[in-house]
Design a binder for this molecule. Sequence first.
Ligand SMILES: [Zn+2]
Length: 236
Amino acid sequence: MDKPPPSLKVCPVCGGDRFINESVLWPELVEQWELSPDEVAYIDLQQGFCCSSCKNNLRAMTLAAAVTSAFGFSGTFEDFCRSHPGIRQLTVIEINPAGNLSPFLRLLPKYELHSFPQLDMRRMHFADASIDLIVHSDTLEHVAGSMVALEESRRVLKPGGHLFYTVPIVVGRLTRTRRGLPPSYHGTPGVNREDCIVQTEYGADFWREILEAGFHWVTLTSLIFPASVAIHAIKT
Ligand SMILES: [Zn+2]
């Protein structure tokens, strides 16, 4: 596919209007995840539909759109990071590179990139109420104790602080833990890194966890449903 689907004319990150679409799932993962052909198609779109210019995939583009819209900014994510005074004064933490958003987030004066699992998302070293904005993409499903990680994000966020994230979601079923199931890995086929092991396969009830973690104000952004959903939670 070299044309964007109708709902996505330009890349919300860089404004590019050329896209590429690659299949990224592999048979072993499809089998472990028990995905139907429809589910394979939309998850491939989520992970493999990319802007030709900035190389961000659909989930990263959705995350970027969620951030800019939360701040009422109608331009690209790049312009937002370069010029929006509201974001440029904030303490921003990215946990693992969220797609290819790091080159843009790096434009922010008070930005830090941290790596999971070196940064234990369940026990972070940040002080209470010290961070304005946390962003991560397709990392939480690898954390054993994902709700504890969300509670921990809530602890370190300032009142009014923002958490933006994505997880892969299979919308036609409920969330399941992979505890007791054979190990399944994301990342690269055949490269079974421990931090790529999947702990949670998110389903239609993915929203429970963020509310159970104590966030009261949660909004969703989808550029192409059900291929992409970004979650935005505000600490009240
Ligand atoms: Zn782009």
